[in-house]
Design a protein around this ligand. Structure first.
Ligand SMILES: C=C(O[C@@H]1C=C(C(=O)O)C=C[C@H]1O)C(=O)O
Length: 385
């Protein structure tokens, strides 16, 4: 039979301890709010997985000293940390709503409603930034806008599942002093749009950027009577047919664009391949360093000249160092069409010794090598616009 008095004494002591725990949790929460404020002011991400991992490791060791199991400590502190991250996120949201965040400007191939605009908005949204837009009319202008400090980030399409690499962008990357700091995949759902619902065989002219025409070539081939007119972007095409106000004009563009420019959707999902995804890269004036536990990609371009087997030597270096190549494309150099330039994505972090050693070896055996950046691998399912 437990002694009722002793039970009360113990329970009182537990009450005191629990009270202390709650007071300490409140004290912790206050610090969390201060940290959130600092992060918001300096535009730093809320979550720091490395810090969390280290904290948990130390707490588990401490717990073991007092006979508390790692499972118990992990469960308890994961809950505390989850709560603190969610508190910080709420605070960030409030700041965004009140528009007190440092706005971030994105330069892209515009005008509004282009796929590049969709990519910029989605990237800003994921990184909890307020997106200020800088519409450009060429890819070169997009890069210049960031180089000249007029915008913070350049958003450029680099490849598409239907039409492959975007050569013009790769060629620009050779010359710019900007660095790739991120990437984002966007689902492209090309639609045929017009100012009124008319039968497809009555359309006379279709406007769009050259990329959608390539990506929807099977559909376009069915209507050889259509006049094809190239525009600087899909959004430019949508804007034009809105302005021309001619019912026989159509544009290849996005569903979002149809809303912006008040157009009717005549036909949807027009790309040759069902999964039409464009990968966009984000460029900034400074490179970024990324924690070693985040899956990372390092991108470089190199040219090898005409020696036979020059490319295979580079690939052998990767193989010897057990580095995984995520992408390899061959580009024609506009001014020297007989020379080959390669664009390559390697899985790994530029700050690792292995990557440093590998890059050094590649530099030694190529004619020209340029490291374009090291950035987190996009692993979120592409945004459906
Ligand atoms: C408080 C911070 O923000 C987050 C919350 C943490 C916590 O609750 O201890 C730890 C790391 C971050 O993911 C921080 O960065 O220190």
């Amino acid at each position: 039979m437990p002694n009722n008095n002793s039970l009360l004494v113990f329970r009182n002591e537990i009450n005191n301890i629990d009270e202390q725990i709650v007071k300490l949790l409140a004290k912790r929460k206050n610090l969390i709010l201060q940290i959130a404020k600092l992060k918001i002011e300096s535009n730093k991400p809320i979550r720091d997985m490395e810090r969390e991992r280290k904290m948990l490791q130390e707490l588990i060791i401490l717990g073991q000293k007092y006979q508390l199991t790692p499972e118990y400590i992990t469960r308890l502190f994961q809950l505390i940390i989850e709560e603190s991250v969610s508190t910080q996120k709420k605070m960030l949201k409030k700041f965004c709503v009140n528009n007190k965040l440092t706005p971030t400007s994105f330069a892209f191939l515009g005008p509004k409603g282009s796929y590049s605009h969709i990519a910029a908005s989605e990237y800003a949204h994921r990184n909890l930034q307020t997106c200020i837009i800088q519409e450009c009319t060429t890819f070169k202008e997009v890069i210049l806008s960031v180089e000249n400090n007029e915008s913070d980030y350049a958003v450029l399409p680099i490849e598409n599942t239907c039409s492959g690499s975007i050569n013009e962008v790769v060629n620009l990357l050779k010359k710019t002093n900007l660095f790739i700091i991120g990437e984002i995949n966007i689902f492209i759902n090309h639609c045929l749009l017009a100012i009124k619902n008319i039968p497809l065989n009555q359309i006379q002219t279709v406007y769009s950027h050259s990329q959608p025409f390539q990506q929807c070539s099977n559909f376009i081939k069915k209507f050889p009577e259509w006049n094809i007119k190239y525009t600087t972007s899909t959004a430019d095409a949508m804007k034009k047919i809105n302005q021309y106000n001619n019912i026989y004009n159509a544009a290849l563009g996005s569903e979002i664009g149809s809303k912006i420019y008040g157009l009717k959707i005549l036909s949807k999902n027009l790309a040759n391949q069902e999964k039409n995804i464009t990968r966009f890269i984000l460029l900034h004036r400074n490179s970024i360093s990324i924690s070693s536990n985040i899956p990372t990609k390092t991108t470089l371009i190199f040219s090898t000249g005409q020696e036979s087997g020059a490319l295979s030597e580079v690939l052998l270096i990767l193989k010897e160092n057990k580095l995984i190549m995520k992408k390899l494309t061959s580009q024609t150099i506009y001014k020297n069409p007989w020379e080959e330039m390669f664009y390559i994505d390697i899985q790994g972090n530029i700050s690792s010794e292995l990557m440093k050693k590998t890059l050094k070896k590649i530099e030694q055996i190529t004619k020209f090598t340029k490291i374009l950046g090291c950035y987190p691998i996009e692993n979120i399912f592409p945004k459906v616009p």
